[in-house]
Design a protein around this ligand. Structure first.
Ligand code: BDR
Ligand code: CA
Length: 368
């Protein structure tokens, strides 16, 4: 019997096995550092990353975390429609970069709707403007002329096996890029997504929001062969900001720290209106944290596929931990026995999280 198992690997193993960016000396030095202590990473050790996003309150904090993480070089933001329409996710991405003093990072507009479905947004949770009603100045920077998929494809082809992606919105942009360019998945060292759940949804009983919005896109991505890490509700709904975290951000000396504090405070008020217990969940920041340092979560090797046919369950992430893997029997011939498929994991799935060190990293870095 094949057992699922927890990964124990260095944050840099994908790069190291492909001999990219790091010398052996760099790799040994980096992997011997204790978890969450990679504060003084030299530029040679930075991992290049594109953030595909739908800001979004928790996206905002995730972007600030990435921008304040010495292990990462953020190459681009590629907004997609999700929490709010594209018009707002795009302008919010530009605003957030300006607030954080990173106006030089290119922002390319992505998809304004899912591949085949009507867009469902989550403004009830993120506010009408996507940032819990907090108003930031109109951005003075503009999106680049390329579309999100053009930019992703160009950057990845220019530096094969070097550029990872953190996708924290619906997977429409990523699936479109993979459809246009089937070679792309094998040129990306790691795609870490916030999405999915093996323990029930947050928008329907079955589905997590990002996968629910565009299940067909998620199915393309999960079947693509890209090295995939799934950071879903199983872990992210446990990573909730606490009152003291919000206060630390509110009293930060950094503009993005104070901006994060305002967004977090307003999010907390929205959470309270929905009568949910606890603070705002840091869904998207945990995906960034996992990309930086996978030891913050416990990862298991699973085969995950996406329900696209179910009227009640569309967007469910169905995870197989071991053989036999069977799908539903065909409707037209109910007596046919379902075929089982070979168990070949396609995702590292986060199923447990060390919440305190993660929140400490998040707040330390954003608040400074
Ligand atoms: C995910 O959905 C969005 O509302 C959040 O930004 C996060 O990416 C959580 O289900
Ligand atoms: Ca998001």
């Amino acid at each position: 019997m094949i057992k699922s198992f927890a990964y124990q690997y260095s944050p840099f193993s994908d790069l190291a096995t492909k001999n990219i960016l790091m010398t052996r000396r760099h790799f040994l030095a980096a992997s011997s550092l204790p978890p969450l202590m990679l504060q003084t990473t030299s530029p040679a050790l930075k991992r290049r990353v594109i953030i595909d996003t739908d800001p979004g309150t928790d996206d905002a904090l995730a972007i600030f975390l990435a921008l304040n993480s010495p292990e990462l070089e953020v190459e681009a933001l590629t907004p997609v429609a999700g929490n709010v329409p594209l018009e707002l996710t795009l302008s919010n991405a530009l605003r957030l970069l300006e607030v954080a003093g990173h106006s030089h990072i290119p922002v390319a507009a992505g998809a304004d709707r899912p591949l085949v479905r009507r867009l469902i947004t989550a403004s009830y949770f993120h506010g009408q403007n996507g940032l819990a009603g907090i108003q930031f100045p109109e951005p003075t920077i503009k999106p680049v002329a390329e579309t999100a998929t053009q930019l992703i494809r160009r950057l990845v082809h220019a530096s094969p096996h070097e550029i990872g992606i953190i996708a924290i919105g619906p997977l429409t942009n990523i699936a479109t890029a993979f459809r246009e360019d089937p070679e792309l998945p094998r040129l990306i060292p790691r795609l870490t997504i916030m999405g999915g759940s093996l323990s029930g949804g947050n928008i329907t009983p079955a589905a997590e929001f990002n996968i629910y919005v565009d299940p067909e896109a998620a199915q393309i991505v999960f079947r693509s062969g890209v090295p995939l890490t799934m950071v879903g509700l199983d872990v992210t709904r446990r990573a909730m900001l606490r009152e003291e975290d919000i206060q630390r951000m509110e009293s930060s000396s950094k503009p993005e720290g104070r901006a994060a504090g305002k967004i977090a405070r307003a999010s907390l008020n929205l959470v309270r209106q929905t009568s949910a217990a606890g603070g705002p969940p840091m869904h998207d920041s945990l995906a960034v944290g996992t990309f930086i340092n996978p030891s913050v979560v416990t990862l298991h090797d699973l085969y995950v596929d996406i329900e696209t046919a179910g009227t009640l369950t569309a967007g469910e992430t169905v995870g197989y931990r071991k053989a036999p893997m069977r799908a539903s029997p065909p409707m037209a011939n109910a007596s046919a026995s379902p075929q089982s498929m070979e168990f070949k994991p396609n995702a590292r799935v986060a199923l447990d999280v060390d919440v305190d060190p993660f929140l400490k990293m998040l707040v330390d870095r954003i608040a400074g």
